[in-house]
Design a protein around this ligand. Structure first.
Ligand SMILES: *Cc1c(COP(=O)(O)O)cnc(C)c1O
Length: 304
């Protein structure tokens, strides 16, 4: 990870190396913390803009509400803090990681007070699944680990502890030689990838998992809107793994992974084994929107 100068912590900018916490931090032990992943892109006119900042901060507060955590800042405070952290580090393009966590002071699952602290870090981060993956597509495998049952994991929240499931799934398929894990829901339907939502294309129409066992991605939402604006039909509908095997195209969406084509699932070639035409069109439009090249989608950008 490329270090930068400052990290925002509890309302102040501190040096990267000084952004430390105590080893008895409650979240470190039990996993109740919430976070976000946001990206800032360099626009064609030389300015920089954060992609869907308010939606990400809204979701951070939703995650906190699900986790019964009270964030001691307003949404406006945190939006301003994200912009300030980018500016002070002179970052034109970056990945941004806000996290709200329970501090130290008491131990045990039930504590009388859950003191919430907030930090925002940002650093330069390229394509999460690799530049080659973005261009040529990746190889995915369905993990033997199941996505959280909706009454276990609270999948609508980006809760720290939920990601143990994702890490186990990802490590399993990477050691088997694949690039990314796909998880099934507890009823056996396709849910999502370890940190990305999934789309398939069949006969020119787009399908994605409904927001049941998945984290409702903001990139997923952007892709659905871009697709509908281009006249592509989008269905939010459950599908099975065999439907995925015979799809014409498949891709993942997420802030980190952006729009990554999938060329193979479980050793079966998807479509022509390379990014399909609809995937490529949506990927191109997504990047154009994020880089401020499409007037209609400038509503998604907050300039630095
Ligand atoms: C963050 C995340 C996504 C993608 O959400 P975006 O808002 O597009 O970044 C998808 N699935 C999981 C499990 C995630 O944690």
């Amino acid at each position: 990870m490329k270090k930068v100068d400052k990290i925002w912590m509890d309302g102040k900018l501190v040096n990267w190396d000084d952004a430390r916490i105590h080893v008895l931090t409650h979240t470190l032990h039990y996993g109740l913390g919430v976070f976000e992943g946001i990206r800032c892109y360099l626009c064609h006119d030389g300015t920089s803009a954060v992609f869907r900042l308010t939606e990400h901060i809204d979701r951070l507060f939703d995650s906190a509400a699900i986790g019964m955590m009270t964030i001691p800042f307003s949404k406006e405070d945190l939006c301003t803090a994200v912009l300030e952290t980018l500016r002070v580090n002179k970052l034109k393009e970056a990945y941004i990681r806000p996290i709200a966590f329970i501090s130290d002071g008491e131990m045990g699952l039930y504590v009388s007070n859950y003191p919430v602290r907030v930090a925002i870090a940002c650093w330069p981060w390229g394509a999460y699944l690799g530049e080659e993956g973005l261009a040529m597509g990746i190889r995915a495998k369905i993990s033997s680990f199941t996505r959280h049952h909706v009454n276990v994991g609270m999948t609508k929240a980006k809760i720290c502890g939920n990601y143990v499931n994702s890490i186990l799934a990802k490590r399993e398929v990477i050691s088997a030689g694949y690039d990314e894990a796909i998880l099934l829901d507890t009823e056996g339907y396709i849910s999502e990838a370890s940190g990305e939502n999934i789309f398939i294309v069949k006969d020119g129409e787009l399908k994605t998992t409904p927001p049941t066992s998945i984290l409702k991605g903001i990139t997923r939402d952007a892709i659905m809107e871009i697709a509908r604006d281009t006249g592509i039909l989008v269905a939010e509908q459950r599908f099975s793994r065999d439907e995925l095997y015979i799809a014409d195209e498949c891709f993942f969406t997420g802030t980190a992974a952006e729009v990554t084509p999938v060329r193979e699932v479980d050793d079966r070639t998807i479509g022509a084994g390379k990014p399909g035409p609809i995937t490529k069109q949506l990927q191109t439009n997504f990047f154009a929107a994020a880089h401020g090249k499409i007037e209609k989608y400038k509503k998604w950008l907050t300039c630095l």
